[in-house]
Design a protein around this ligand. Structure first.
Ligand code: SAM
Length: 295
């Protein structure tokens, strides 16, 4: 598939609904709607705070690529960062603009609808480039990575989350869409591309990430791989294999209490912060939380 056609499919997918917004039961763009989304997100992915460390970027120039519904983006604003955002979809922009207004947050420097593969920003203009769960959806991920590094200042930090191809979630997708359909020769990469979120989703091994980022001049690369609710819920999805996937999660050393019932519409309203308790960092997790420094 040509890159433009793929980008157009990716746009169509994410423009229907930004990430996490399906969870909200309240009317769209009300304060309750955004509260539900935020409660849900940091219940579901509490390690984001550890990874992003929002409060350390007060007064710093931050670029977020693929801000989606803007849950992380508003943390930059709350922390006093000079924040710029770009996302492929108009839906994401509408969510974020409404959110800023509802909470009366400081205005960002710039919000743009555009592509990570062609960032409309000068070289070396940001102290931090942050992108969570986005670049693996780009038609040309290498090019998007190159762009992220181009706009970073020397000494600036890159923080990105990319999916792990060798994860419990990817293996489960393979069981459902390859093995169970009599096509065990289909690869994990094929499963992610065709069956995880927008068409064209990719997943990477740690080694591939270190090589890619090294080629772009990123040093001091740290990868913290997290077993997520996606991995855990996959272990509740295929009954004959649930015990096997639970064993994998146990062996991965994870004891996070995710339950399928928390992921229905209205989840954000039900989840209380006292339910949150996490251990993370496992080779089999779906999320590689990656940080590094531009040379
Ligand atoms: C899985 S969502 C993640 C959103 C947000 N970072 C979060 O964690 O909730 C993926 C986002 O990436 C955006 N996206 C996909 N391809 C993109 C591209 N080429 N350029 C910019 N944004 C893109 C989508 O519009 C969508 O908002």
């Amino acid at each position: 598939m040509k890159a433009d056609a793929l980008t157009s499919q990716v746009h169509q997918f994410w423009n229907k609904a930004s990430c996490d917004t399906h969870i909200a039961a309240a009317d769209k763009f009300t304060k309750s709607y955004f509260e539900e989304i935020e409660t849900y997100r940091y219940y579901d992915q509490p390690f984001i705070h550890k990874f992003a460390q929002f409060s350390r970027y007060r007064g710093k120039e931050v670029l977020e690529i693929g801000f989606g519904a803007g849950t992380d983006f508003i943390q930059w604003l709350r922390a006093g960062a000079v924040a710029t955002g770009i996302d492929l979809t108009e839906e994401a922009l509408a969510n974020l603009q409404a959110r800023i207004q509802v909470y009366g947050l400081p205005e960002p420097r710039q919000l743009v609808v555009g592509s990570a593969e062609n960032l409309p920003f000068p070289n070396a203009s940001f102290d931090l480039v942050y992108s969570f769960g986005v670049l693996h959806h780009c038609a040309d991920t290498q090019r998007a990575l190159g762009e992220a590094v181009r706009v970073l200042r020397p000494g600036g930090q890159l923080k990105i989350m990319l999916y792990n191809r060798h994860s419990i979630l990817a293996l489960n997708t393979w069981v459902k869409h390859a093995l169970a359909k009599g096509q065990p020769w289909k690869s994990l990469a094929w499963c992610l591309w065709n069956h995880v979120e927008s068409t064209g989703t990719k997943g990477y091994t740690k080694k591939e990430i270190i090589n890619m980022l090294g080629d772009f001049g990123i040093s001091r690369i740290a990868i913290d791989t997290e077993v997520t609710s996606a991995d855990t819920l996959a272990a509740q999805a295929v009954p004959p294999l649930n015990a096997f996937f639970r064993l994998l999660i146990y062996l991965a050393g994870v004891s996070y209490p995710w339950q399928r019932s928390f992921y229905d519409r209205g989840a954000g309203a039900r989840i209380t912060s006292s339910a949150v308790n996490s251990t993370g960092g496992s080779a089999l997790g779906f999320f590689h939380c990656i940080s590094g420094v531009k040379k």
